[in-house]
Design a protein. Structure first.
Length: 331
């Protein structure tokens, strides 16, 4: 017997293009404070959020994803038919099956790309980037589209003080493809299911429907805040170490945009030098879960804070608890 032929992939993978979609409806703190007995000052002090965006009915998960993906494809100079695989990270596509990724792949005009959704909450985008990198190096795909997209406003209780001011909507996308040099460092990822109850859908669909409600998100914010601020710094440093770079060689820090105080606490704990530019998209976009990292990087590029070729550290964390971090070269 001669055995099987091994699949051979590219020597390295890299981000080739970046895209974003920000919903049209801007929602300032003043619009939500009455329903949760809060204030603009409390929200800004505790979270850094000044406003967020909530999608209109027309801005569906698919519409936002396709817009962000087209942006990323144009940025990469890649045609949709060159995409072999579409990975969509989301927890707010409310149709459990089929995966929204197949409809997105079709609308974009890929030639029957493999397409599936992944559920790793706020860490979903970084999980998708890690998988895409390994698919390309393993020979399963040549170009992969990774989309992080959320319409969290659909599953957020507008009267819940712990979540109503945080969660928001949007989409970000990257094209991942072969490269001469490493453009995506080794992923450091994991989960802590013992604390799965800290952020969760409040109840199952049947339970919610019986009460005539959506199964909204619920979060014990403070324990998540403490976990993210301390444990995730170690994960970030490990990702730098595994990529073989020091904090002095880092150009940009793009953590999940969960809370401005977490962003600052992580930068302090990791002792990031002053010259490292830090993503602060949360002030204008709120917490968009799987979409927050590509959205934040897109803003940094647009504002001239990040440029092509820079090194950037991603750290993502959230419900599960699930987390993932990696160093990338900015496309
Ligand atoms: O994306 C997935 C991962 N998610 C995160 O990483 C989110 C992590 N958590 C957080 O961002 C923060 O925990 C929050 C922003 C959600 C809350 O900030 P906190 O500093 O942890 O506040 P807290 O829950 O400890 O509450 C402090 C005080 C309490 O009052 P007392 O007991 O000190 O009198 C709360 O009752 O603030 C009160 N409070 C509010 N006041 C006005 C809680 N929610 C509100 C509110 N408006 N919305």
């Amino acid at each position: 017997m001669s055995g099987l032929i091994a699949s051979g992939g590219a020597a390295h993978a890299a981000l080739l293009g970046l895209g974003a979609y920000r919903p049209s409806r801007i929602v300032p703190n003043s619009e939500i404070v009455d329903a949760i007995d809060s204030s603009d000052e409390w929200i800004q002090t505790r979270s850094g959020i000044k406003q967020r965006r909530w999608a209109t009915p027309e801005e569906t998960v698919q519409v936002m994803s396709v817009a962000a993906a087209r942006d990323a494809l144009a940025d990469a100079g890649i045609d949709a038919h060159q995409i072999d695989c579409v990975i969509v990270a989301t927890v707010s596509h409310l149709m459990q099956t089929p995966a929204i990724a197949t409809a997105i792949a079709h609308e974009l005009g890929t030639e029957q790309a493999a397409a599936f959704d992944i559920s790793a909450a706020c860490a979903g985008f970084c999980h998708g980037v890690a998988m895409a990198s390994d698919f390309i190096r393993g020979g399963s795909a040549r170009h992969v589209l990774v989309i992080g997209v959320e319409r969290l406003s659909d599953i957020t209780d507008r009267t819940d003080r712990g979540t109503a001011f945080i969660f928001a909507d949007g989409a970000g996308a990257v094209v991942v493809g072969p490269s001469d040099r490493p453009g995506i460092g080794p992923v450091v990822w994991g989960s802590d299911g013992e604390r799965a109850d800290l952020i969760m859908q409040r109840e199952t669909w049947p339970e919610a429907l019986e009460r005539g409600e959506m199964p909204n998100l619920t979060m014990q914010g403070n324990p998540v805040f403490r976990w993210a601020s301390f444990a995730m710094a170690k994960i970030g440093l490990e990702a730098l170490d595994r990529a073989g770079i020091t904090v002095d060689e880092l150009d940009c820090f793009v953590p999940h945009q969960a809370n401005m105080r977490i962003v600052d606490a992580l930068a302090r704990s990791m002792k990031l030098p002053e010259q490292v530019r830090i993503a602060r998209d949360i002030a204008e976009m709120g917490n968009t879960s799987a979409a927050s990292i590509p959205l934040a990087l897109e803003r940094m590029k647009r504002d001239g804070e990040a440029k092509s070729g820079d090194t950037a550290l991603f750290i993502a964390f959230g419900a599960g608890l699930a987390y993932a971090a990696q160093v990338v070269i900015v496309p």
